[in-house]
Design a protein around this ligand. Structure first.
Ligand SMILES: *Cc1c(COP(=O)(O)O)cnc(C)c1O
Length: 230
C-alpha cells in the first residue's frame, strides 16, 4: 500500500519537474509520518524512503530510537523552546523556526552539544492568524540577526499554505515565498545560503514544485489519511 502510494507521489513529482523544466534531484521528498506507527515508517523505509518529517518532539525521538540510523529526521511542526534540547543533535533540519527566542534557544542548546543545526525560517505568507511563522516583511532582519549565530545554519524558507480545494489557489503563495528567497539571496549575507524552499503538501506539492519548491512535505499522499489530526 505505502509502496504503491509512494510510487504515485514519485510519478507526480517527476511530472511536475518535467512541466517546469526542473531536475528531479533538485526536489527532496520528505515523508511526513506524524501519527503513523513505526511499522508504517519501516514499510516506507523498505521502499527506499530515508527522509521523514515529524511534528512532535516526543514522537520524533521515540521513532528515532527504534528505526535505522541512516534516516534523516526533519522537524516540521511548531517547536517549544523547552523541547529543543531533545532534538538539536538528532535532526537533519528544523523547518519551523518562527521566533528569535526559538533561534536563541537552538543556538544555546547546539553550542552545549557542540553541533551545528540546519534551520529553515517558517514564513506566514498568507498572513493567516491561525498559523505560526514570521511575516514576509520581518524575514530579512531576522535572517541578518540569526546569520551571526555560530551554531545555526540558515538553509532557506518554509511555509504551510492554507488548505484549499484547488491547489492553484496557493500558487501565488509559493511564488511569493520564492521571490522572497531570491531577494534574500541577492543581499549576499555572510554565512547565508538560503536556497532551500520547503513548500507543498499532499494537496498542492505539484504546484509548489512548479513554483520552485526544493523540499515537499507529503504525508497523506504516502501514508493515507491520519486517524487523529494532530
Ligand atoms: C502534516 C504536515 C504536512 C503533511 O500534510 P499532508 O497534507 O498529509 O501531506 C506537511 N507539513 C506540515 C508542517 C505538516 O504539519
Amino acid at each position: 500500500m505505502i509502496r504503491k502510494q509512494l510510487a504515485e507521489v514519485e510519478q507526480h513529482i517527476q511530472a511536475a519537474c518535467d512541466r517546469s523544466g526542473r531536475r528531479r534531484e533538485d526536489v527532496t521528498l520528505i515523508a511526513v509520518s506524524k501519527t503513523k506507527p513505526v511499522e508504517a515508517l519501516q514499510e516506507a523505509y523498505d521502499a527506499g524512503v530515508r527522509i521523514f518529517g515529524e511534528n512532535k518532539v516526543q514522537e520524533l525521538t521515540d521513532k528515532y530510537e527504534v528505526l535505522p540510523k541512516d534516516i534523516q529526521w526533519h522537524m516540521i511542526g511548531h517547536l517549544q523552546t523547552n523541547k529543543v534540547k531533545y532534538i538539536v543533535d538528532k535532526v537533519a533540519c528544523i523547518h519551523s523556526v518562527d521566533s528569535l527566542k526559538l533561534a536563541e534557544v537552538i543556538e544555546r542548546e547546539a553550542a552545549k552539544k557542540d553541533c551545528k543545526v540546519n534551520i529553515l525560517i517558517e514564513v506566514n505568507v498568507a498572513q493567516e492568524n491561525s498559523k505560526f511563522g514570521i511575516s514576509m516583511k520581518d524575514v530579512l532582519p531576522f535572517v541578518k540577526k540569526v546569520s551571526t549565530f555560530p551554531h545555526i545554519c540558515i538553509q532557506g524558507l518554509m511555509t504551510v499554505a492554507p488548505f484549499v480545494e484547488n491547489a492553484e489557489e496557493n500558487r501565488t503563495i509559493f511564488k511569493n515565498l520564492h521571490n522572497l528567497s531570491v531577494d534574500i539571496m541577492s543581499k549576499n549575507i555572510d554565512n547565508v545560503n538560503a536556497s532551500i524552499l520547503s513548500m507543498g503538501m499532499t494537496n498542492d506539492y505539484e504546484v509548489a514544485i512548479e513554483e520552485g519548491a526544493s523540499m515537499v512535505r507529503v504525508g497523506t499522499g504516502i501514508f493515507g489519511i491520519r486517524e487523529y489530526s494532530i
